[in-house]
Unconditional design. Sequence first.
Lengths: 460, 113
Amino acid sequence: MSDVFLVGNGAGFSGDRVDAPIPVVRTLIQRGLPAALFFEVLGERTVALAQLERRANPEAGYEPMLERLLAPVLADCFNNRIPILGNFGAANPPAAARCIARLALRLGLPNLRIAVVAGDDVMGSIALDQLPVHEADGSIDTRSARLIAANAYIGAEPLVAALKAGADVVVAGRTSDPALAIAPLVAHFGWSLDDWQKLAVGAAAGHLLECGSQVTGGVFWDPGRKDIPDPANIGFPIAEVTRDGGLIITKAVETGGLVDLRTIKEQLLYELHDPAHYITPDVVLDISACHIEQVGKDRVAIHGLKGEPAPESLKVTASFEGSWLGEGEVSVSGPNALARAKATADVLLQRLKLRGLPVRARVDLIGVASVHDSDDGALWRSYEGPEPLDIRIRLAAEGATRDDVDQAAREVLALLCCGTAGTGGARWRVTPRILTRSYLVLCERVPTSITTRTAQEIAA
Amino acid sequence: MSETVELPLYDLAHSRAGDKGNRANLSLIPYRPELYPILAEQVTEERVLALFAHRGATRCRRYDLPLLHAFNFVVDDVLEGGVNASLNLDGHGKTQSFRLLALTVRVPRHLAP
């Protein structure tokens, strides 16, 4: 049985259910097999938002739910030798480590070893304008845009080193998501970092687990069509991996949700482009010849994964201060709501023109057409009925200055008196936008390092 | 060919959408393997691109996964600039899977649910 290693996932994004790790850890302990737990909480822009928080408060800038996520499971993981890995360090891994150290001391775990991974933050070390651009938001003028953050998606290597150094918790900033699952497998089985077949299995496990419940019924369930048990209590996923590269996906016991061929297929293809080239810093995964098999209740085996050598470059995502976004919403309901909503939309756009506000604007009729529509409202403008029960009219306006955008959004507020009969429920807000651009940088230009200390040493 | 019926993809398949910048990927997964060749013939890159023409989509590429009985559509420039630039409430385009599922196809009556 020692040939099987379990990798559990405790979070799939910043904002995930904070009680999700508890049944995962309970299951890992019940199984009695060597295991690790990882948390993936960094979306593309999350590091930039965290960097802005760090600017305002030097002890902030890491995953805000970190303590809530770890408090119920940290002692159990430590006592059962289940290492925890996470990119929950975000823009400030040392501060995240201090938070975990304080928590550990409170839980009576002064000897908990916490590793901090450094090197992903390349803001000060690499001149971005010399790098080839990988993906870009068209609207960035990098000569004038102010840089907020630049982080490389680093691979499993430093995480493996941290685990081999005896870390109980590995705190990283930006890593590739699959690296968080690859690392404990490499550390446990002693796989070589150029054993592409094995790393492909690790990358597939990471890819399937990195969004948490998305492989166990989350964003899958569809009442009456694709029902799942107890959607209020979806169990988070666990990968069972064997030394020779077998992979089964299952989930925490005594939870809701499910693992079947449908959930696996949806998550396997999620955010994938060419199925033969899923690029990670550790391996290029090829799922084009992959097939899957239900091998038990909530157990699916993945076969036929292939790996190609890792790329020579890492992806660096840089975030810049962007424009401002203003949004305002009001509701209409009952007889003639559709005509009132359409007229309100036209009046809002007319008001922005009358006032000469330099903004790009869009109106949605929520309840008629919004998220599937275009900026010119092609779908709601052509909609004739039937009459919806109620409609929420949303204005979105983007511009270079906060004031212009605020003035645009406040035109929605003014509808409380100037709008059609029966207009109510106004809300408006203004938020800064972040623009991102991705570059490719040679791996050797992104050196990484780890620092491992006990909770007691960190807190001292 | 036997008698056919026209149905939305929703009755025959499921889908999930993901994003990378201004590009979306939409999986399309028939519930029954027998439907795979029928969808392969009828859910073409052209038809999927047309579905998102009003949002400025410029290109659609379909990747076929016959062993998984699934398709992966990659649609360029469909997210109105992507999450950082779009004025859409759903800048990630996660809801677009259900626009794909509203597309209709003709299937033999015995394969209809």
